[in-house]
Design a protein around this ligand. Structure first.
Ligand code: PLP
Length: 413
């Protein structure tokens, strides 16, 4: 696991899609739109279905050369064994939970996860999979929540929107000791800032929609198997996948059941856009993280601001964990004004930052969290998740730090 803490080299990401030899010498992987794949020999056609013809394609729902090139790029970025792309981050998360868990199983999750992931846990409960949520900033809470039927521990590296950071390494050691599958959502950090493999995660989920694609113009998600988990000991692998090398069991089940059977396929056009965006991942994340830190410091020092949530501020409750694990603090921060009744008018005065529904764009986006993305969750869940009524989430883009500080300064003055 040498070099795990260093970000992946930019050149490796840039050149990855042409390393396998691209048709006609094109230096970008083309967009392959064919749904069907034809073979000269019947034996090869049979080999596609029986898994004996390597690097072959059967039907675009399960993958195309274009998505395969993106999968190889993501595997390289995460230093993993293999990756599978999906139509969105939620499709990737759904595939992980629905293909690897069965009724009666138990999951321990960080309390602080993306709202739709939390809602998906409700769906799992309806299917007989219990999810206990704990403050994963403490490994003891995770350990205390384990049960005999616990199969999986799930955390986000930096939680959206509250920026809480779990004790990633200690939880990894606990999962290894107990033989549990450790699933880490790396969306906010991305492999440019952190590789979950370095703390023993077995599976990594990325919403490609956000910083990996970067430009807010494509939806996508991916699951990467790091190779750290022993699938040979996992009880929920179907008999049909147990004939393979055990290292492939997890990926095979997620691809066959999660992609082939459930159909949340990433379109090749989107895979191409995401691939192009990923070429500048390291540059964008370095820039947006530096700007986010400058903005977080400015806001923290401002008299009108009660609290800023950003892992690279010394005031952040998990600052030590964040500096230990992450190259930088990412582009996500949140803040609360002292007088929350002034928040809507302050947001209305912003000139550059856009009041927008989502996050992870090249443009800076802001949203008041409680009355929008956490409205459906209700006051009890909001309180549990530490979401104050006046919390504002900021997704920092590529504007200059000075420009943004001036914009937020005039808005909250
Ligand atoms: N995971 C995290 C941490 C997210 O922030 C999001 C979306 O914001 C997702 C997963 C879901 O990704 P997508 O919007 O691509 O479905």
């Amino acid at each position: 696991m040498a070099d795990d803490k260093r970000p992946p080299p930019v050149s490796a990401t840039l050149h990855s899609d042409r390393r396998g030899g691209v048709e006609h010498g094109a230096i970008h992987k083309p967009i392959h739109t064919s749904v069907q794949y034809g073979y000269e020999r019947t034996e090869d056609l049979i080999g596609v279905f029986q898994g004996t013809l390597k690097n072959s394609f059967s039907y675009a729902r399960q993958g195309t050369p274009t998505t395969a090139a993106l999968e190889a790029k993501l595997t390289q970025l995460e230093q993993g064994l293999g990756s599978i792309c999906f139509s969105s981050g939620m499709a990737a998360l759904s595939a992980v939970f629905l293909t690897l868990l069965r009724a009666g199983d138990h999951v321990v999750s960080s309390h602080f996860v993306f709202g739709n992931t939390n809602s998906l846990f409700g769906t799992l409960a309806g299917l007989g999979v219990a999810v206990d949520k704990v403050d994963a900033g403490s490994v003891d809470r995770v350990r205390d929540a384990l049960r005999p039927k616990t199969r999986m521990v799930f955390v986000e590296t930096i939680a959206n929107p509250g920026t809480q950071v779990p004790d990633l390494e200690a939880i990894g050691a606990l999962c290894r000791e107990r033989g549990l599958l450790y699933v880490v959502d790396n969306t906010i950090t991305s492999p440019a800032l952190f590789r979950p493999r370095s703390v023993g995660a077995g599976l990594v989920v990325n919403s490609l929609t956000k910083t990996i694609a970067g430009h807010g113009a494509a939806l996508g998600g991916a699951v990467t198997d790091t190779g750290a988990f022993d699938w040979g000991a996992y009880p929920n692998i179907a008999a049909s996948y147990r004939g393979l090398d055990p290292r492939q069991w997890g990926l095979q089940q997620i691809r066959k059941k999660g992609l082939r059977d459930m159909g949340g396929t990433l379109a090749p056009e989107q895979a191409h856009r995401i691939s192009l965006g990923a070429e500048t991942l390291a540059l964008r994340v370095a820039q947006t993280s530096a700007t986010a830190l400058a903005l977080a410091r400015f806001l923290e020092a401002h008299a009108a601001v009660a609290r800023v949530h950003y892992p690279m501020l010394a005031s952040h409750p998990q600052h030590a964990l964040a500096t230990k694990h992450f190259q930088a603090g990412s582009w996500l921060l949140a803040f609360e004004l002292r007088d929350s009744s002034r928040m809507p008018a302050a947001l209305d005065r912003l000139q550059l930052a856009i009041k927008a529904t989502g996050l992870g764009d090249n443009r800076t986006l802001v949203i008041p969290v409680a009355p929008t993305i956490y409205w459906e969750a209700g006051p009890v869940v909001r309180a549990e998740m530490g979401i104050a009524d006046g919390l504002v989430r900021v997704s920092v883009g590529l504007e200059g730090a000075d420009e943004l500080i001036a914009d937020f300064g005039q808005a909250i003055a």
